[in-house]
Design a protein around this ligand. Structure first.
Ligand code: GDP
Ligand code: MG
Length: 177
């Protein structure tokens, strides 16, 4: 007998955070396996996809990246927040302001029914810039705990050089998604 080909299940993950934290680079790293040569500012909403094998089933991971520009957001926002399976909040470890911006993003997600019942993950990016760190792991971990999220410290840019478990390196980007 011939079975119809199985439909590929799609998992939609939105990647959120202040401009410049590395959302586009992280999604590129995950989907293309490398740091982009050049990044154009994201216009509106963009997504990248990657097929992954989970327990013998091929699943499509769809990472939605956004520019956060107000004029695009107004029209795109409903579409963006629809049918989301998980949320990745990103801050830049070298930019305290991007960390302070997180509660507003968390609140915006909550307003679109993406609260703690949806898998949410906190990512501190740019850990390769060791000498410029403004947001320490302790503070970030406390924040993550208070919002019941796991914390991942990563670098979209440089492989290796992280902690024992790959923390702080681009190898760790794999572990996030
Ligand atoms: P977005 O606005 O959140 O999408 O940020 P982008 O992905 O466009 O990155 C903003 C800037 O940060 C660019 O100049 C990137 O090259 C740089 N960048 C992104 N990720 C990293 C990283 O892990 N390490 C370093 N050193 N720079 C990064
Ligand atoms: Mg971007």
């Amino acid at each position: 007998s011939t079975l119809p080909p199985p439909r590929t299940r799609i998992f939609k993950i939105i990647v959120i955070g202040d401009s410049g934290v590395g959302k586009t680079c992280l999604t590129f790293r995950f989907c293309a396996g490398k740091f982009p040569d050049k990044t154009e500012a994201t216009i509106g909403v963009d997504f990248r996809e990657r097929l992954v094998d989970i327990d013998g089933e091929t699943i499509k991971i769809q990472l939605w990246d956004t520019a956060g520009q107000e004029r695009f957001r107004k029209s795109m926002v409903q579409h963006y927040y629809r049918n989301v399976h998980a949320v990745v909040f990103v801050y830049d470890v070298t930019n305290a302001s991007s960390f302070r911006g997180l509660p507003a993003w968390i609140e915006e997600c909550r307003q679109h029914a993406l609260g703690s019942e949806v898998p949410r993950i906190l990512v501190g990016n740019k850990c390769d810039l060791r000498d410029s760190v403004q947001v320490g792991t302790d503070v970030a971990q406390q924040f993550a705990d208070s919002h019941s999220m796991p914390l991942f410290e990563t670098s979209a840019k440089s492989p290796g050089g992280g902690g024992e478990d790959g923390r702080g390196s681009s190898d760790h980007v794999e572990a996030i998604f």
